[in-house]
Design a protein around this ligand. Structure first.
Ligand code: MRU
Length: 375
């Protein structure tokens, strides 16, 4: 499936890679400039990686996990000259502290810490960390590809039921390839269905305040040639009431063993509207997004609060330049909650790299028995 990888102007890109000219440098697509400019950025140090994650040059649960993996590789390189273990542990803490909600980040750092501990010399540690960083990135891409092959069945089924008429899918935020290393989670079944010739159309929530839908998902879909329409965040309920949405697929940043899913702020309201209108609501995620240690999403998931300027100001293209404009009274306070939790009862199913299951402890633990046993 998906013989065609994700493309920018016809060329295949991943979101993060080891620089071809200098293997001690990590290159990323700097997402802050999209959709208006396609700019890559070279990161040379752990602190540059920390800044890139915090400031959302890279973002999205899978990608910040991969970025943290590469960050730990940079930490081992820096440790060649510094007091080795101390710097590696301090780097791990700094990377983990960048963004609190997506579990992929701490998952990747912990994987690296376990792996690096096996290396005896500084050079061995570097080699191991590089291999592990590449493994985390490769697995992320492969798991998203598999999410596509499983999730496409849902879209195919709806298409059949509608006698081939257009399938309308609503998505929130960006859970596309830009949020991972390749393919994306929520978008992978969409890309696969499109490749199989299914007539589909995607409603793209703009996703205030950072506009990941309007800026990133729309740009991705446009590059893949997939019919889509950007809508304001508040339009979904209206579209659902008028039978203009056949299904919702979102990504997730942390999912509990019982199936509660934290995702970009506003996801919960979409799930409520979908439930009220009898529309299937799916969450797509690789297993790195499960938090095997928690059950109650509302109680146990730390919701990131970001700078209020992200709500008060917007960026956009104006006369060929990117400009920042204030949209509130200068002195009005603003709240900026990054994520919300959709309770398992509102989720029709989870689309994972192993297949589709109900958002219930019973089904999740059946599908991932070995992970649950490890806790
Ligand atoms: O704040 P972001 O852009 O890093 O948010 C993460 C997301 O992209 C979404 O919540 C997404 O749906 C999760 S899937 C990676």
């Amino acid at each position: 499936m998906q013989s065609t990888n994700m493309k920018v102007l016809g060329k295949h890109y991943r979101t993060i890679w080891i620089n071809e000219e200098n293997e001690e440098v990590i290159t990323i697509i700097d997402q802050r400039h999209l959709p208006h400019r396609f700019i890559t950025e070279d990161l040379h140090t752990v602190s540059e990686m920390v800044h890139a994650i915090k400031d959302m040059h890279v973002r999205g649960a899978g990608l910040i996990g991969a970025a943290a993996g590469y960050g730990m590789y940079l930490a081992t390189i820096e440790s060649r000259h510094k007091n080795s273990l101390e710097h590696i542990l301090a780097s791990a803490d700094a990377l983990k502290a960048t963004r609190p909600t997506a579990v992929n980040l701490e998952w990747a750092v912990n994987k690296q810490l376990d792996a690096i501990a096996q290396g005896k010399t500084a050079n061995e540690k570097i080699k191991i960390a590089r291999k592990m960083a590449e493994h985390i990135a490769q697995e992320d891409a492969e798991y998203c590809r598999r999410i596509g092959t499983h999730g496409v069945a849902i879209i195919e089924e709806i298409s059949k039921r509608k006698n081939g008429k257009v399938v309308n899918i609503l998505t929130h935020c960006n859970a596309g390839w830009l949020a991972f290393v390749d393919y994306g989670s929520a978008t992978a079944p969409i890309y696969e269905a499109f490749e199989r010739g299914i007539d589909l159309h995607v409603w793209v929530d703009e996703t205030r305040p950072r506009n990941q839908g309007a800026s990133l998902t729309a740009w991705e879909l446009m590059n893949q040639g997939i019919p889509h329409t950007v809508i304001v965040d508040n339009a979904g309920g209206h579209l659902m009431q008028h039978a203009l949405v056949d299904m919702v697929i979102t990504g997730a940043d942390r999912v509990t063993v019982a199936g509660d899913a934290a995702n970009k702020i506003g996801t919960y309201l979409k799930a409520l509207a979908a439930h009220d209108n009898g529309i299937p609501f799916y969450v797509a995620l690789p297993s790195s997004t499960f938090d095997w240690s928690i059950h109650d999403g509302l109680k146990d998931i730390h919701i990131e609060e970001r700078n209020s300027d992200e709500v008060k100001y917007m960026y956009g293209l104006c006369d060929g330049e990117i400009k920042k404009v204030l949209i509130t009274p200068l002195d009005s306070p603003a709240g900026n909650y990054g994520f919300d939790v959709t309770p398992a009862r509102l989720i029709s199913g989870l689309i994972t790299e192993r297949g589709i299951c109900r958002a219930s402890e019973e089904d999740i633990t059946k599908m991932y028995a070995e992970k649950v046993k490890q806790i």
